[in-house]
Design a protein around this ligand. Structure first.
Ligand code: THU
Length: 132
C-alpha cells in the first residue's frame, strides 16, 4: 500500500491548527493512513482540570473507530512548526492497539516502526495468549 507521507503531513497540520490548547499553548496534530485507504486525524484537547487533557492521538483513535475501524498503517505527529513530534508513552500504547508493531512512524530521523518506539510492547495478543 502506497504511503503518501506529504498528504499525511498536510492532514496532521490541518488538525494541529484546530487544537484546543489554552493552557499549554502547545498544539499537536496527528494523522494516520488506515488499511482501507482512509485518513484519520486528531488534535489535542485540553481541560481546566489539566490531567484530563486528551492527546491528539486520543482523537485520532476515536475517529478511527467512529468511522468504521480498521488498522493504522502509517502515522504522523506534528508540532506547531510542522516538525515531527514523538508521541508520548501513553499514546504509543494507544497506537499499539490499533496499528501494532509494524505501524510506520514518521520521526525526525526518518521512518521507524512502532516496534522501534515501543519495544516489547504489551498488546491484545498478550491477553489472548494468557486467557485460559
Ligand atoms: N500531546 C499530545 O497531544 N500528544 C502527544 O503525544 C504528546 C503531548 C499534547 C498534550 C498537551 O496538550 C500538550 O501536548 C503538551 O503536553
Amino acid at each position: 500500500m502506497n504511503i503518501y507521507w506529504d498528504v499525511l503531513h498536510a492532514e496532521a497540520l490541518t488538525a494541529m491548527k484546530k487544537a484546543y490548547v489554552p493552557y499549554s499553548k502547545f498544539p499537536v496534530g496527528v494523522a494516520a493512513l488506515v488499511d482501507d485507504g482512509r485518513i484519520v486525524s486528531g488534535c489535542n484537547v485540553e481541560n481546566a482540570s489539566y490531567g484530563l487533557t486528551l492527546c491528539a492521538e486520543c482523537g485520532l483513535v476515536s475517529s478511527l473507530i467512529a468511522t468504521g475501524g480498521g488498522r493504522l498503517v502509517a502515522f504522523v505527529c506534528v508540532d506547531i512548526a510542522g516538525n515531527a513530534l514523538m508521541p508520548c508513552g501513553r499514546c504509543r500504547q494507544l497506537l499499539q492497539e490499533h496499528g501494532g508493531s509494524t505501524l510506520q512512524m514518521m520521526t525526525d530521523q526518518g521512518v521507524k516502526t512502532l516496534a522501534d518506539l515501543l519495544p516489547w510492547a504489551f498488546g491484545p495478543e498478550e491477553i489472548e495468549n494468557r486467557l485460559s
